[in-house]
Write a protein that binds this ligand. Structure first.
Ligand code: ATP
Ligand code: FE
Length: 355
């Protein structure tokens, strides 16, 4: 029976209905525009906008699926990690629906949802069997995760300062481009020559698979410093954008190469998160995976960025795992959303059974 899911952990309000075989019956995402004048997400504006949008969005999603509310089998929501106001709104709406319809409520870890998206039937040829290596590169996250099973995740490394998407957004701001910055930087980089603007590649070649982007960001600021305000030639802006993008792609590919060394049992490399949309990065990761004899997969962009299809799918995998272990399907309605919820803690849901 279909699962309805709500996603409200950041600035996208999303709702989706997914059948238990993975068929997407309806999906909708509203990207909030109220943050644009501020050049970044304002948590209080986000929470209020989720609250204003969700009732109609849920109704719309049900209509699109052609389902009466009673046709739903479970209700899920991202309950962390993320901005707490939005999480409370999304979880509250989902719990209300669950109570009203007398269906199980499933609390989904937003990062777990990103991690399991590649397993949606039909996305990856062969279906993304465990174990695989996930590179999560978004506005808020930059991590390498060993995905070993439902509820079984090991963080191999992550950023020690900025996330990759955050670096793209900050560099876009320095270059006078709009927000979000990733697509704008990529477009400008396409016409630039990186050669005159060499940039450092923090942590490149170092052991492990942690990331660092703040030194790179500072170096971009230094390249821009000689140009007076408003006097940056387009060719220089494009060259710096291209050099920055090359540096990020090279750093990420190097870090992922180390992560693959740490996870020799991986059968697949998966990238998710908004930065995985970057063509240059995708090309580097495709080459890297090929050099290791591994397939590389990235979900289509709309499923890479924040969406509710992934939340519904993670709920379906969770329900399946609970059923297989004889555990009750529903999470407690007293469960509170959590701004932080490390993936490692998901194992608590499925304690190892004694042999
Ligand atoms: P999180 O999912 O971690 O909570 P988020 O919602 O900001 O954070 P996403 O929606 O997955 O993350 O991704 C948005 C980020 O992806 C932004 O930082 C944006 O600049 C970046 N991005 C989008 N497209 C591109 C691109 N083509 N190249 C580089 N970065 C991009
Ligand atoms: Fe996300």
């Amino acid at each position: 029976t279909p699962v309805l899911a709500i996603e409200s952990s950041c600035d996208d309000t999303a709702c989706a209905i997914v059948a238990s075989d993975g068929a997407i019956l309806a999906e909708a995402v509203l990207s909030q525009s109220g943050h644009i004048p501020f050049g970044g997400v304002v948590p209080e504006i986000a929470a209020r906008a989720h609250l204003a949008a969700l009732p109609a969005l849920v109704r719309h999603t049900l209509d699109r699926a052609g389902l009466p509310p009673s046709g739903l089998g479970a209700i899920a929501a991202s309950t962390g990690p993320g901005l707490i106001g939005g999480l409370i709104v999304g979880a509250g709406v989902a719990k209300g629906l669950a109570v009203a319809l007398d269906r199980p409520f499933v609390a989904v870890n937003h990062i777990e949802a990103h991690a399991l998206t590649a397993r949606l039937p039909g996305l990856v040829p062969g279906g993304a069997p465990f174990p695989y290596l996930l590179l999560l590169v978004s506005g808020g996250h930059c991590q390498c995760i060993a995905v070993e099973g439902v509820g079984r995740y090991r963080k191999l490394g992550g950023t020690i300062d900025d996330a990759a998407g955050e670096a793209f957004d900050k560099v876009a701001k320095m270059l006078g481009l709009g927000w979000p910055g990733g697509p704008a930087v990529e477009a400008l980089a396409a016409e630039g020559d990186p050669a005159p603007y060499p940039l450092p590649r923090p942590l490149f070649g170092r052991p492990g698979c942690d990331f660092s982007f703040s030194g790179l960001k500072t170096a971009v600021a230094q390249k821009l410093a000689p140009f007076a305000a408003g006097a940056l030639p387009r060719s220089a802006a494009a060259g710096i954008a291209a050099s920055f993008q090359d540096a990020v792609a090279a750093i990420v590919a190097d870090r992922v190469a180390h992560a693959l060394d740490m996870m020799p049992q991986a059968t697949l490399l998966v990238a998710a998160g908004g930065v995985a949309a970057n063509t240059r990065l995708r090309a580097c990761l495709t080459d890297l995976a090929a050099s290791r004899g591994l397939p590389f997969a990235a979900p289509p962009l709309r499923l890479c960025t924040d969406n509710a299809v992934m939340v519904a799918w993670a709920a379906i995998e969770t329900l399946r795992e609970r059923h297989a272990r004889g555990l009750p399907p529903a999470d407690d309605l007293d469960l509170l959303p959590r701004p932080r919820w490390p993936l490692e803690q998901m194992a608590e849901r499925f304690p190892m059974t004694a042999p």
